[in-house]
Design a protein around this ligand. Structure first.
Ligand SMILES: [Zn+2]
Length: 689
């Protein structure tokens, strides 16, 4: 606040307080007609007439405020509208059992229906689809959305209430791979709509981990999920109701990723999963192109749904093997300790780093809970090979010569409290970074993480370490340090060409990336533009006699999960957004029920609004307003009405003096004349407005 503004503000406060006696006197005299003070400037008279005119005497008098009550209410409404908008972006749905799809369940055997319940609004966004026909329905993937930036919200899960309609015919969950945006919703959805879970060896391992993740706070009590592991290499086919399901090996950035092939009575449906067509992945298990090509030969592939993540990237995604020399170079040549940050589930990358460490005579420690548990799983399942004696504990690292230390860690996105971030600010329990250390960030920032990514890089440079980062590897003077796990445009076209579908629907990304994918198919792949569709979450695509058309809409949305793993109602999150914007002011008055007199001086508690000590005058002003309000109105109206008036009045008063609209919570303790306390419980925040 400038000096000038501050003076004006104080002047207004003083005038205000000078006027309050008028109001109090009026109330004591039993009349609610305020007589404007003679000292008041003319302009104030006008305002007072407007605010305190005959029509509006049935509430606490505004006593000469410059702003209108309406302005204050509108300002407060704007904050609430902003909160609503922030929540609407994610299409947040209440956790209500009443919410039901107003769609007739499919019963006839002429329609095959595809319904995305998520995954079509962005990359890494709670992927989930339903495919149904007659008495058979299957769910493909059931992920979580980690990209939700709302206060106290950890992630979102799909609103799966549509499954209520079809749970009687749900034959299974078929999972493409073990990334959280494909499996993270399962602990919430599967117990509610139980059915066996199908997936590859490593995928089932990851699903078991997520379903039993007590530390995440996920409760899957009294529920034993049924798991069915499928063999991709012998092209095992399983019958689920009227469907036959097969998994096809695809290269991605987590072991045992797969495409899903479903033979239905009305044609073959293929979901690519997340994929790329890397011919030389480190585990020597490339995408099963031969099998994919077979599906293109019989003309029975009705529909291909394919991963659109990299549809804005020209050419091909480079093969993973291009990274190997870079890691060998850095890890062998470094004189001091080496730290490599990577995605926690990218086991091929971690295998590559471990191989380079072994070649350079270094011991390896893993830092990061999710990385360690995934690595343990990968070792147990034989997906990754670690020579005996290579991996050691983080604790023992400080005892080794620098030349023998290598730490693989989480936090390659700059995530707060992940291993690398704690090291970058010197808050790591065992290891302090120092000059002579080498840090490698083996990931590029996911959209939205750029700020943190750059912040952590700055912090690392400040510590004097040698830093190599994937996006700047050329400038840093080393080879490539990261490749994407997703197909670029050429590979996307190749997949369409392999399986030769009649219809093509781009999936697993927002409209922009899906549109790029679709146009790539039409203009560069020669795909018939009439046979490719944009399909949003909640829309359905019906295939009748081999012809696709949009079907009815079903309810979709996001349910929010907090850090304890519990679902949070959107009204609570909305309150948090409002609080984050302007803070909260709680006013507490204790009143003698009989006499209507204040028994103690009113209390004011603020959080995130203003610093009380620097604003003693404003606090006094609020206190005086509270006293005046009690004197004027407490005995005249019902308690609930009084509280509402108090809330409106203090909101207006605060807006008048600060132009802010904090959430105001009035607490009125009415003490009975018999001496017993009749203190009303403090209202819940969501009930007070
Ligand atoms: Zn993935």
């Amino acid at each position: 606040m400038t000096e000038d503004k501050k003076k004006k503000h104080l002047e207004r406060l003083r005038q205000h307080q000078a006027q309050r006696s008028t109001g109090e006197d009026a109330a004591r005299g039993g009349s609610s007609n305020s007589k404007p003070s003679a000292k008041k400037p003319a302009s104030r008279n006008n305002n007072t007439k407007q605010n305190g005119g005959a029509k509006k005497t049935n509430r606490i008098q505004t006593n000469g405020m410059e702003t209108h009550r309406g302005q204050a209410i509108r300002a407060s409404r704007r904050t609430h509208e902003m909160a609503d908008k922030l929540i609407e972006i994610h299409n947040v749905q209440e956790i209500s059992p009443e919410r039901r799809a107003n769609v007739k369940p499919l019963t006839d055997k002429e329609v095959l229906r595809l319904t995305p319940l998520g995954g079509q609004d962005g990359i890494g966004e709670k992927n989930m689809q339903v495919l149904e026909y007659g008495d058979t329905a299957v769910v493909i993937d059931c992920g979580m959305d980690l990209g939700i930036d709302l206060p106290g919200v950890n992630f979102g899960i799909p609103d799966a209430s549509y499954l209520d309609k079809i749970k009687h015919k749900l034959k299974g969950y078929i999972i493409t791979h073990g990334h959280l945006d494909h499996i993270g919703g399962m602990p919430y959805v599967v117990p509610k709509y139980p059915a066996p879970i199908y997936g590859s060896h490593f995928t089932i391992g990851m699903v078991k981990k997520v379903m039993g993740d007590r530390e995440r706070g996920v409760e899957v009590e009294n529920f034993e999920p049924e798991f069915v592991e499928m063999n991709m290499d012998n092209h095992e086919k399983l019958k689920l109701g009227d469907f036959y399901v097969e998994l096809i090996r695809m290269t991605h950035s987590i072991p045992d990723s797969s495409a899903v092939v479903i033979e239905t009575p009305l044609g073959r449906v293929i979901n690519s999963g997340d994929f790329r067509l890397d011919p030389e992945p480190l585990d020597h298990r490339p995408s099963d192109v031969e099998r994919l090509k077979e599906f293109g030969k019989d003309g029975k592939t009705l529909l291909l749904m394919s991963d659109s993540t990299n549809s804005q990237k020209e050419g091909r995604t480079p093969t993973e093997s291009t990274l190997e020399p870079s890691f060998h170079d850095i890890i062998t040549k470094a004189e001091g300790r080496v730290f490599v940050a990577s995605f926690s589930s990218n086991m091929n990358r971690i295998q590559m780093i471990i191989n380079a460490a072994v070649a350079a005579g270094r011991k390896v420690a893993i830092d990061g809970r999710s990385m360690l548990s995934t690595l343990e799983l990968a070792v147990k399942l034989g997906t990754i090979k670690v020579p005996r004696g290579t991996v050691t504990t983080l604790k023992s690292m400080p005892n080794l010569p620098d030349r023998e230390v290598l730490v693989v860690q989480t936090g390659g996105q700059g995530e707060l409290n992940a291993s690398l971030q704690r090291m970058s600010v010197g808050e790591h329990q065992y290891l302090k970074l120092k000059e002579g250390d080498t840090v490698v960030i083996s990931s590029t920032p996911i959209p939205g993480n750029n700020v943190r990514y750059d912040q952590i890089s700055d912090d690392l440079i400040r510590l004097g370490v040698r830093l190599y980062r994937a996006p700047t590897h050329k400038v840093d003077g080393v080879g490539p340090l990261h490749v994407s796990g997703h197909a670029s445009r050429e590979e996307q076209l190749e997949l369409i060409d392999y399986v030769k579908p009649k219809y093509f629907i781009p999936i697993y990304a927002g409209p922009l990336h899906r549109k790029y994918h679709m146009e790539n198919a039409i203009y560069n792949g020669g795909f018939d533009s009439r046979n490719t569709f944009m399909l949003d979450a909640g829309e359905t695509m019906d295939f009748v006699n081999g012809v696709a058309k949009y079907g009815p809409k079903v309810p979709v949305g996001t349910q929010l999960v907090d850090n304890t793993g519990s679902l949070v109602p959107s009204v609570v999150v909305k309150d948090r957004v409002v609080l984050a914007e302007d803070g909260v002011v709680t006013v507490i008055v204790t009143v003698d029920r009989k006499s209507g007199r204040l028994l103690t001086s009113p209390d004011i508690i603020t959080r995130g609004f203003i610093y009380m000590r620097d604003n003693a005058e404003l606090m006094d002003g609020i206190r005086n307003e509270l006293k005046r309000a009690v004197n004027q109105r407490f005995k005249r109206v019902e308690l609930d009405r009084f509280k509402q008036e108090l809330k409106d009045h203090i909101t207006h008063f605060l807006f008048e003096h600060t132009r802010r609209s904090p959430m105001v919570i009035p607490v009125v303790n009415a003490i009975g004349s018999n001496g017993k306390s009749q203190i009303k419980p403090k209202p819940k925040p969501d009930a007070s407005h």
